[in-house]
Design a binder for this molecule. Structure first.
Ligand SMILES: [Zn+2]
Length: 661
């Protein structure tokens, strides 16, 4: 019996200990909370009222509080900053006035304090300051400036326009990409001079175009850090994670304006693809590219919806998409028709100045405006108090620089002249002389607006011949191929300076030589001529080669979702290829000169040289190739074989139907 009682007691004891352990595990918070409540102040309750830039925080009376500390945090920052204290007085409500608050989105918290007895914080309270100073607002935008800061309106002119409009309007200024590359100012500073100038102009936001990456990924991310404005893009990602914020909201004229950044997925092939890969050649950076375009549309829609959810009154697309058919399914039309919620679409990339109205997927009209290149135009958007959106261009319709013609003097003109002078000094040395214009344009034909037609991406020109000859000569190769898209400007007859030449090849690509089979060379020509007579950046200008393009045959080239060449399924349009007068032998290997962009980095989708034996890898800067050819081989004088603007007959387009006799 005793045994039983003992066992019972022991069991009870164990149960009691277990029960106490549970209590110890469960109770501490409750116990300490209870202890706190005995001595601490109550949780303060607050309200916030905003009137213009005057923000009043009202604190309702709190038990035991001796004073209150007010903390504020702006959207995007992770830390609350102490703004000031409110002392206890006899009133039921205490007021705290925040002053000097810039437009933006904020959170405020109030902590009730009671000396050593403790403190307690209010819930966070969000508010927005958006000074409605009676002015309406305007957006100014640029795109594809391509380092042309002293062209057209010039940055000094842009600043003057912005300053002048600011007297009547609240002005925001944004850039739609391809700003930092294209001229020696960029080339000789790897983009840095452009970022400094953009900071000085006072941009509010910018997006990366395809050419922001031309100095390499690391360099662009470094430049983005130096920028005094945010780079935004809803589709530029590293392994699925966005690199920048997809949009930014600006508070102006009492409104929240969301800017959504969109970068063309074409960037994968129209900049150096290698910059988007890891060391093993796998793409790690991307732009939501796929065959259908759906990934990009979803990214845009997602950003627009998030901005709306955040309370955006207007959503402005800042895009680098353009209108070219080889950008399908990522043209501005593709994106507008597959999304909703965008109010106005500011576009770049194709250097056009078109205004268009395109219905979105709900059938609502969206205005699209582009603003050309090199500051020939400044785009503007106006949204009046009734919400009516209008957009258009200030146009500087001549070849003069506004800075020079108007004698503009402002803070920008000083900064610009210092920057530009230092670069110019390096560039003015005369390198050679030509009796002939070396051209990328048709010397006769004009488009419907009276502008010259750029033919270097659709047919042979004398500058195309010249460049290809320079590569072949400097490399000592059998043949050379240079992409028409890499030949950027014409060289006028007369003295030729370092500047003239660097402008032809502004990308900083490097001379490269590989061993390629006749079959690979034929495939390359077929790929490069797949759109002829329409233009394409990969169109081959050649040296050591002649061939025909039978344009009545449709191209049967195939490509993957990154627009990379994958094969040819039918009859070749390119025929009668001859190497130095002999028929191309498909099984023979030839030495082929070009640059790293085409031969090593799959630029313009040329993948057929993958795995070729590399004989010379990135040995000389592309524009140095041209200079050395001119100076050393041609002895500083452009020879007579370049006298015909259409070239010396290496590439012949065969039109119409074959003769079946
Ligand atoms: Zn572009």
């Amino acid at each position: 019996m005793l045994k039983i009682i003992n066992r019972f007691l022991r069991a009870k004891c164990i149960l009691t200990i277990a029960f106490l352990m549970v209590l110890v595990l469960v109770l501490p918070q409750n116990i300490s909370k209870a202890a706190d409540e005995v001595v601490a102040v109550g949780r303060p309750r607050i309200s916030v009222s905003v009137n213009g830039d005057s923000v009043i925080v009202t604190i309702k009376k709190t038990e035991n509080a001796a004073r209150y500390a007010v903390y504020i945090k702006s959207a995007g920052s992770t830390k609350y900053e102490l703004s000031g204290y409110v002392e206890k007085d006899g009133s039921k409500k205490r007021k705290y006035k925040l002053s000097g608050i810039e437009d933006g989105s904020y959170a405020v918290k109030v902590k009730a304090l009671n000396g050593n007895a403790g403190s307690k914080s209010s819930k966070a309270h969000n508010f927005v300051v958006s000074k409605d100073n009676g002015k309406d607002f305007m957006i100014l935008f640029t795109s594809d400036v391509h380092c042309g800061v002293d062209r057209g309106f010039t940055y000094a002119g842009l600043k003057a326009v912005k300053d002048s409009l600011s007297k009547e309007h609240n002005v925001l200024l944004v850039d739609d990409g391809d700003s930092i590359q294209g001229e020696p100012l960029g080339t000789l500073t790897k983009g840095e001079a452009m970022i400094e100038l953009m900071n000085a102009v006072g941009y509010d936001a910018a997006i990366p175009g395809n050419h922001e990456f031309d100095y390499g990924m690391d360099r662009f991310l470094e430049l983005a850090d130096k920028a005094g404005f945010p780079y935004i893009s809803c589709n530029f990602n590293k392994e699925g994670e966005l690199v920048f914020a997809p949009y930014v909201i600006k508070y102006v004229s009492g409104k929240k304006i969301a800017f959504v950044g969109i970068t063309t997925p074409k960037t994968i092939t129209s900049s150096t693809p290698k910059y988007f890969m890891d060391d093993n050649g796998n793409f790690i950076y991307g732009f939501m590219q796929d065959q259908s375009g759906e990934k990009l549309y979803a990214a845009v829609q997602n950003a627009v919806d998030s901005a709306r959810k955040e309370g955006a009154d207007y959503v402005v697309a800042m895009a680098h998409l353009g209108n070219e058919t080889n950008c399908v399914p990522w043209t501005y039309v593709d994106v507008i028709t597959h999304t909703n919620g965008i109010d106005v679409f500011l576009d770049g990339h194709s250097h056009d100045t078109d205004y268009a109205v395109v219905n979105n997927k709900d059938g609502q009209p969206v205005q699209r405006q582009a603003c050309g290149t090199k500051l020939a135009c400044i785009g503007w958007v106006n949204i009046d108090s009734a919400g009516k959106i209008s957009t258009g261009l200030y146009t500087w319709n001549n070849n003069e620089s506004a800075l020079k013609l108007l004698g503009l003097k402002n803070d920008l003109s000083d900064i610009m002249s210092n920057t530009v002078d230092s670069v110019n000094n390096k560039l003015e040395e005369v390198v050679a002389y030509s009796d002939y214009d070396l051209t990328i344009f048709d010397p006769v034909a004009k488009d419907e607006n009276g502008n010259p037609i750029r033919i270097v991406r659709m047919t042979e020109t004398n500058l195309g011949d010249f460049c290809a000859d320079a590569y072949r000569d400097q490399a000592g190769a059998d043949i050379a191929i240079v992409n028409g898209g890499g030949i950027r400007v014409s060289i006028n007859k007369g003295d030729i300076t370092y500047r003239d030449i660097i402008n032809v090849h502004p990308f900083g690509n490097m001379l490269t030589v590989v061993e390629a089979t006749g079959q690979q060379i034929l495939d390359a020509l077929e790929w490069g001529c797949r759109t002829t007579p329409s233009s394409t950046g990969g169109f081959p200008q050649v040296s050591g080669l002649t061939f025909e393009i039978h344009t009545y045959l449709d191209s049967t080239c195939t490509a993957d979702e990154n627009k990379m060449f994958t094969g040819i399924t039918g009859e070749y349009r390119v025929k009668n290829v001859k190497v130095n007068g002999e028929p191309l032998d498909l099984d023979k290997t030839y030495t082929l000169a070009s640059h790293d962009y085409m031969l090593l980095n799959n630029g313009d989708g040329y993948t057929m040289f993958d795995g070729c034996k590399v004989l010379q890898e990135s040995v000389k800067l592309d524009n140095q190739v041209l200079i050395d050819y001119l100076e050393e081989t041609l002895n500083g004088k452009v020879s007579e074989k370049y006298s015909d603007p259409y070239g010396d007959g290496r590439i012949v387009a065969v039109e119409g139907f074959e003769d079946f006799r």
